[in-house]
Design a protein. Structure first.
Length: 158
């Protein structure tokens, strides 16, 4: 089967029932997308499927023909980070960092849909779990990337 991943057509003979996450990590060595729970609850494996944030641990390859898949590897580079990646650094979001690629992919999908999201929009879209509890910093980083002012004391939208 042929899949479009990060703008490249990739041919694979992997089992069509295999979840996308395992193709990315084990077959293509794209390890930016993380395994967290395996049941689509935590969001560590979030990628974009035709522009929508989805959990790759439960998406079978058979359902992906003709769709565009984007992973964290497509977001930016060290020399030219995406606005969200720069905001993540500025707001010191990562602690352990494990959930961050999924968080960034969910936030990117949100900003594509709503370039100036409210706190409620962010709360609704960001369902990823962060064991370190950096949710306020995530919200502040999304507002920073969107150019929405926040209050310094709380990181909440002004």
């Amino acid at each position: 089967m042929e899949l479009n991943i990060n703008g490249k057509n990739i041919n694979t003979d992997a089992d069509p029932s295999m979840p996308l996450l395992w193709l990315l990590r084990d077959e293509l060595n794209m390890t930016g997308t993380k395994f967290g729970c395996g049941v689509a609850a935590c969001g560590a494996c979030t990628v974009h499927l035709d522009g929508q944030a989805v959990r790759s641990c439960v998406i079978p390859l058979a359902s992906l023909t003709g769709k565009k898949i984007l992973t964290i590897e497509s977001l930016g580079t060290g020399d030219k980070p995406h606005a969200l990646q720069a905001a993540w650094i500025a707001e010191q979001v990562p602690q352990c960092g494990y959930c961050q690629s999924g968080m960034l992919m969910a936030a990117t999908a949100l900003l594509a849909r709503k370039p100036k999201p409210s706190d409620a929009d962010i709360d609704e879209a960001m369902t990823n779990i962060c064991r370190c509890g950096t949710y306020q910093r995530v919200r502040a980083a999304i507002h920073r990337a969107a150019g929405t002012p926040t209050t310094a004391a709380t990181g909440l939208a002004a």
